[in-house]
Design a protein around this ligand. Structure first.
Ligand code: AMP
Length: 462
């Protein structure tokens, strides 16, 4: 029997029959690696992108455990958006279609609350929902989780990006500590590791992308001289690589301002970050860079220390770092999970001795590449994927991520998939939305209410 045949698992025969009738012939890698542990009752942390078959992995786990005769909520699946919750609920129902009388209910923000209360009164076995709305039901006592045996956090990194940490903590407080917790995430920033430590018991880690070492980074040198100034070289590299997120490192604060100004003059979405800026401006800059509404961050090494970005598409050294360790630290920030990062360094005649020292330090020669053709300069600069909306209300006004998400995605609103990171500070909130949805999102927030109040909202174009 093949290791990846579903029949190799200890699954209820009805579930197995249904799986083959759905045309699932073999397990996907994430299913093959996680299902044996899930069925053994273990907590797991798994890396699963959309399309990996992760939904079926946790759905089969929770269905196998379900006692249909006990009409209580036994499983809770939390998802970042309504669209994802709807897809998950659909997959659970498809996989459960040979189990009679199983009730799967979705509880998402942006949908009428009263109707959900009515459905909850009729009872359900599995709840699939978004954190804000699930928390609301718990607070009002319309949902009870005392009998939950399985908790699934789907796209956990997205949920944290959207500011749902507090809602997740609150929800977990309503659940028995004796339960199985399954966490799926595409990336594993510190925040995920710390949440896993708090809420999981000896989790089995499945197919986590290996953290890259510096040998997976492609390093290139580009020579600038009298004919090509650094700024033109930088523009050429940006036009060639079209990075979604790139840090351009400068050696002085003044240079970060000058380079960012010049890039903006050429229509790039660049922001400067240095220690001379007011704290509030620094925070806002980092938020806009992290939520992808500014693609180029021009920073000093000291200022970039506060950068909590998992990985960048590229790092460009406008000037080679004075210290070798600093250089290695800079380039170590590039490279997304599973893919190679690019580190470009501009140098001139005077930097030659530093390049030689660097090569000796890392024990390899770095390829000197010709700059892309100048004709590239005729092309327009790429615009960022997202735009930030600033809402003049925050924690102190009790604005929560679920409120913002609900207000944006309700009737005549934008799709959940068009909403990016949500960041809530004391008196202000920032939400990233897809660039093409920005105007609709702005109108929706300006016309609608949050917490029954109108807040001033504006777009921060990069
Ligand atoms: P997901 O990554 O959970 O969004 O699933 C991606 C798609 O793959 C869904 O349409 C599933 O129905 C389908 N799928 C999940 N597991 C399998 C499998 N073992 N064989 C074939 N298709 C699958």
């Amino acid at each position: 029997m093949s290791q990846t045949a579903f029949s190799s698992l200890k699954l209820n025969p009805d579930l197995l029959k249904n799986i083959s009738s759905l045309g699932y012939q073999a397990m996907t890698p994430i299913q093959a690696q996680s299902l044996p542990h899930i069925l053994a009752g273990k907590d797991i942390i798994a890396q699963g992108q959309t399309g990996s078959g992760k939904t079926a992995a946790f759905s089969l786990g929770l269905l196998e455990k379900l006692d249909v005769k006990r009409f209580r909520v036994q499983s809770l699946v939390l998802c970042p958006t309504r669209e994802l919750a709807d897809q998950v609920a659909k997959e659970v129902r498809r996989l459960a279609r040979t189990i009679h009388n199983i009730k799967v209910l979705t509880l998402c923000g942006g949908m009428p609350f009263g109707a959900q209360v009515g459905s909850l009164e009729h009872g359900a076995h599995v709840i699939v929902g978004t954190p804000g709305r699930v928390e609301d039901h718990l607070r009002r006592g319309t949902l009870k989780l005392d009998n939950v045996t399985t908790l699934v956090l789907d796209e956990a990194d997205r949920m944290l990006d959207m500011g749902f940490q507090e809602a997740l903590d609150a929800i977990i407080g309503y659940m028995p500590s004796q339960r199985q917790t399954l966490l799926f995430s595409a990336t594993f920033p510190e925040q995920i590791k710390s949440i896993a430590k708090r809420i999981m018991l000896e989790p089995v880690v499945v197919q986590v992308a290996s953290s890259h070492d510096n040998s997976s980074i492609q390093q290139y040198l580009y020579k600038v001289d009298g004919d090509v100034d650094r700024l033109t070289a930088l523009r050429l590299l940006l036009l060639q690589h079209h990075p979604e997120s790139v840090v351009v490192f400068c050696n002085t604060k003044l240079e970060t301002e000058q380079v960012a100004d010049e890039l903006r003059r050429h229509d790039f979405s660049a922001v400067a970050l240095n220690g001379d800026m007011e704290q509030r401006d620094r925070d806002q800059t980092l938020i806009r860079f992290a939520n992808k509404s500014a693609s180029i961050l021009v920073a000093t090494d000291v200022a970039a220390r506060g950068l909590d970005i998992e990985a960048l598409d590229a790092v460009i050294n406008y000037h080679i770092a004075r210290e070798l360790e600093v250089h290695v630290h800079r380039i170590g920030r590039t490279g997304r999970a599973g893919s190679k990062g690019i580190a470009c360094t501009l140098f001139d005649e005077k930097d030659a001795y530093r390049v030689a020292r660097l090569e000796a330090f890392i024990g390899q020669t770095i390829e000197v590449k010709p700059l892309p053709a100048f004709s590239l300069l005729q092309q327009p600069a790429q615009k960022p994927l997202m735009t930030t909306l600033q809402i003049d209300g925050g924690k102190k006004q009790k604005v929560r991520p679920g409120d913002i998400l609900g207000a944006l995605t309700g009737a005549n609103g934008i799709a959940g998939a068009q909403v990016g990171k949500i960041h809530i500070s004391d008196n202000v909130a920032y939400v990233a939305v897809s660039r093409e949805a920005a105007k609709t999102a702005l109108k929706k927030l300006q016309q609608g209410k949050l917490k029954g109040r109108s807040f001033r909202v504006r777009l921060l174009w990069a």
